[in-house]
Design a protein around this ligand. Sequence first.
Ligand code: CA2
Length: 146
Amino acid sequence: MKPLYVLNGPNLNRLGKREPAIYGTTTLAEVEQICRDAAGQRPIVFHQTNSEEKLIDLVHEAIDEAAGILINPAAFTFTSLALLDALKMFEGPVVEFHISNIHKREPIYHRSYVSMRADVVMAGLGARGYGVAVGALMVMLNGRAP
Ligand code: CA2
């Protein structure tokens, strides 16, 4: 069975340690476990990087290996055409995920390049929403080759 790739962008390694009012107290290690629990038998490849280049390389790896991508691109959501171009090369389902509701925030957080490729966009459910997003990805995979 092909894995789901769960990719996290810059600063999310600090999850649970800063700005709990916006991002909560769940750590990234706990998020990884939430994703694995939600995926059941489906393997998860889980990464976080602060580098745009590394994130694009991980999308390229997913193009060859993954059944679906769940991505929280963090600040690269709003800046990276290169990330959008890489995601456009992926043929499976893509879920764009944000812990906070980016649309409640300042206008600079409203325009997502990644949404131009994502099949599903989720924002505002907190870190526990990662499990829901994995479920959404598996719904999108129903009926496709394993
Ligand atoms: O809500 C999200 O998941 C975001 O993608 C998080 C990004 C932010 O740039 C997006 O607008 C929304 C990253 C926020 C900064 O990272 C932190 C991580 C942990 C604690 C505090 C900040």
